[in-house]
Design a protein around this ligand. Structure first.
Ligand SMILES: C[S@@+](CC[C@H](N)C(=O)[O-])C[C@H]1O[C@@H](n2cnc3c(N)ncnc32)[C@H](O)[C@@H]1O
Length: 284
């Protein structure tokens, strides 16, 4: 298997991240599961992986819906900030023709992402960089689109990350995001997919989040909270239903997935949390 490109974090960069995402190496576990499903772990299609590698509540449908909402075009330069094991990046590269740079601070996620990018033949379309969102090792105006999915709930202070997202974008560039906000129903129940407890979870109310995100110089072109935030993904899922028997699933990466998803559902039902979907534009 060829190896994908990986770039190391620059010395002196910030490391504001909990140990929540630490754990055993994932590459062997995923290789074994792929072989068990009759696949060659060195030669895969992006679709073989989508039930496992879209590490956010709305899965592949959420990724495709957000890319369409952001009007992502072939050859656009995307910065996927907090890319996890790289599933959304592979979809943006393979389906939309984007040139993607991913940043991800967790080594075991980067290792698996590199292996899967190579196995799907996308190592030239996707660059993997070790970095944190509040200190990005790229020149001003490098990207057309900044992308975050399910990242901000882990970020205690979103302001530096928003400033960096703004700095990364060329004039007129946009930030597409699908995230979670605090609801009026009270504190969330744990564990959730992004945290074992409140120390790792940093949800803002919708208006507070919008204020901090827009502060560096963004204007929201799309800002949907609650049911209207999930409607594009639901429409996507209706037109392209998920494979009912995928070869690998999210539970491989998140072993206690069912418990976390159950509390996620309860938190949404009781309005303790809500999804937010947005496209923010940097002034031209
Ligand atoms: C729930 S996962 C989502 C992964 C990916 N965006 C997806 O949707 O498949 C959250 C990811 O954000 C990363 N992350 C959390 N805080 C971050 C920060 N301050 N800067 C960059 N990445 C961060 C975590 O390491 C983790 O990989």
């Amino acid at each position: 298997m060829r190896s994908a490109r990986c770039v190391a974090m620059l010395p002196g960069m910030s490391t504001q991240l909990t140990s929540y995402y630490d754990g055993p190496d994932l590459t062997g576990r995923v290789r074994d599961a792929l072989r068990k499903a009759g696949l060659d772990p060195g030669r895969l299609r992006v679709n073989d992986l989508v039930a496992m590698d879209q590490c956010h509540a709305l899965g592949l449908a959420g990724t495709v819906a957000l890319a369409k909402l952001a009007d992502l075009r072939p050859a656009e330069r995307v910065l996927d900030l907090g890319a996890g094991i790289g599933g959304p990046a592979r979809v943006l590269a393979a389906r939309f023709g984007a040139r993607v740079t991913t940043i991800e601070p967790v080594a075991r996620f980067r290792r698996l992402a590199a292996e899967l990018d190579a196995a799907t033949g996308l190592e030239d379309a996707i660059e993997i960089v070790e970095a944190h969102g509040d200190a990005l090792p790229f020149a001003d105006g490098t990207f057309d689109l900044v992308w975050t999915q399910a990242v901000l709930p882990n970020v205690a202070d979103v302001a530096p990350l928003a400033a960096e997202a703004h700095r990364m974008l060329a004039p007129g560039g946009r930030w597409a995001l699908a995230e979670t906000v605090a609801g009026p129903g009270g504190d969330p129940f744990f564990p959730v997919p992004w945290a074992d407890g409140p120390a790792e979870s940093h949800l803002l109310a919708p208006d507070a989040l919008r204020t901090v995100l827009e502060h560096p110089g963004f204007a929201a072109e799309v800002w949907e909270v609650g049911a209207t935030a999930v409607a594009p993904a639901v429409a996507e899922l209706t037109s392209a239903p998920a494979d009912p028997n995928p070869p690998v699933e999210l539970g491989l990466i998140m072993p206690d997935r069912d418990e976390r998803m159950a509390s996620l559902g309860r938190n949404i039902a009781e309005q303790r949390i809500a999804p937010v979907l947005a496209v923010l534009r940097r002034a031209p």
